[in-house]
Structure formats: C-alpha cells, structure tokens
Ligand binder design. Structure first.
Ligand SMILES: CC(C)(COP(=O)(O)OP(=O)(O)OC[C@H]1O[C@@H](n2cnc3c(N)ncnc32)[C@H](O)[C@@H]1OP(=O)(O)O)[C@@H](O)C(=O)NCCC(=O)NCCS
Length: 220
C-alpha cells in the first residue's frame, strides 16, 4: 500500500551502519540541522530503524510522483556504485539531495562544494578544496590545500590527502590511506586500506600497499 509521506522533510537512503552515523551527524550538522523523518531502502527488512519508519524506494517514489513539492533525500551508502545509481533514480523523479557537514568543519576551506555531500566529525581541511556532489568524507581525514575531489567519491576514516591532489569521480579510498602531493587518481579507482599512493593511478584500477601497486582492475 502506498503511504502518504510528509513533503518538505529530510530522509536518509540506507538503513545500515553508515546510515546510522549519518543520522547522528545530521543532528550535529552546520546551519539548520536536518531533522530526519525516516529511512528509505530498496527492499525493507523491517518497518523501523532508530525508531523512525523505513520505506521502500518504490513506495517512496510513488507517493511523490504527482506532487510538486518533494522531500530531500541524502544517500548514506558506502558503495560508490549504489550511491550513484540511487541518486540518479531520485534525481530522475525530481527528488534532490541535501548535504550534511559536521559543525566543526570550516566552510572557508572550500572553493566549491557540490550537493548531497557528507563530511563527518574530525576531518580537517586547509584551503582551496573542491568537493563534488554526493561525495563522502568520513571521520578523521586530513585534506590539504588545492585538493580536487570529484563526485561520488568515498573517502573512508583516517585518510590523509596532501596538497594539489586530484581525485576523480567514483573513487573509493580505504581507511588510513595516504595520497602524496599532486597525485591524480583516475575515475572509479579503489585505493586499498593503508595504501600509500606515490604516483598517478590510471582509471578503473584497484591498488594496495606501500608504495601502492596494481592489484586488479575494478570491474564492478
Ligand atoms: C583493496 C580491497 C578493496 C581489495 O578487496 P578484495 O578485492 O576483496 O581483495 P582480497 O581481499 O581478495 O585480497 C586480494 C589480495 O590483496 C591483498 N590485500 C587486500 N587488501 C589489501 C590492502 N588494503 N593492503 C595490502 N594488501 C591487501 C590481500 O592480502 C590478498 O593478497 P593475497 O592474494 O596475496 O592473499 C580491500 O581489501 C580494501 O582495502 N578495502 C578497503 C576497506 C575499507 O577501508 N573500508 C572502510 C569502511 S569505513
């Protein structure tokens, strides 16, 4: 049965641990904190999460199909491809995203920030940094000057990125990785946890180790 959802409200796509982290981040975000009204998943296994309702994506979309006023949805899923796919579905249905940025983050660090960006507690940014839409910067990262981060990038906890680095769209950087100055990481690469990236990485590769070396192609 299709339920009527409240428009003009904020929802999180996802009901896993990252979604839970984002829910609490929303309570401590910059500016107007976003009061979350519920969670959305593709196939709900439960009716509620964190004492809020869980809706199926299809029901959610159907409820707003003819409504001019749409709610906002932040996709809180670590998988880069799922993040991309769900955001495209939402956008195709006229539903847009919102950003949640921890209140400790200094917005003057940024030359540009896209929409639907998540920046968690304890990440530190210096200056002239760009972040593309729907990217995630998890807890405790350091990001230095003139770093360009594309769209749908997931930077896991404790990553250190030196000055002048370029990270293209759809890159996943595992926890604790280090990216050395001016390195360019190609689209859809995966950087393994703890890797030290010393040289440019061609698109669609998975690299691991110190110094980071080719492990395999990222075929997904
Ligand atoms: C790089 C990564 C994506 C590879 O995953 P995978 O394709 O499933 O690879 P496998 O686990 O099959 O490992 C393949 C080989 O690479 C090695 N390897 C995997 N990850 C590695 C890493 N981060 N550093 C060094 N070697 C690594 C494995 O030991 C294995 O070596 P072997 O063939 O000699 O036994 C993954 O290991 C990783 O680092 N993910 C990051 C996870 C993360 O940070 N999550 C944070 C969530 S908040």
């Amino acid at each position: 049965m299709v339920r009527l959802f409240d428009f003009n409200k904020y929802y999180i796509f996802g009901a896993g641990r990252h979604a839970e982290e984002v829910f609490y981040l929303c309570l401590n975000s910059r500016g107007t904190s976003h009061k979350i009204s519920g969670f959305i998943v593709e196939s709900p296994m439960t009716d509620s999460f964190l004492n809020l309702p869980v809706y199926s994506l299809n029901d959610f979309l159907l409820s707003f199909i003819s409504s001019k006023r749409k709610p906002k949805v932040l996709v809180a899923v670590g998988d880069v491809k799922v993040n991309q796919r769900v955001n495209e579905i939402l956008r195709g249905n006229g539903i847009f995203s919102f950003s949640t940025i921890h209140k400790s983050v200094n917005l003057r660090s940024f030359a540009h920030i896209g929409v639907g960006v998540t920046i968690c507690q304890g990440s530190v940014f210096t200056t002239k940094i760009s972040i593309g839409s729907h990217s995630i910067i998890n807890i405790g990262c350091t990001i230095s000057h003139d770093v360009q981060i594309g769209a749908y990038v997931n930077i896991c906890p404790g990553v250190n990125i030196a000055g002048g680095v370029t990270i293209n769209d759809g890159v996943f950087i595992g926890t604790g990785a280090v990216i050395l100055p001016k390195v360019i990481i190609g689209t859809n690469c995966v950087i393994g946890a703890g890797a030290v990236v010393t040289k440019n990485i061609e698109p669609n590769l998975i690299v691991v180790g110190n110094p980071a070396k080719f492990l395999k192609e990222n075929s997904i």
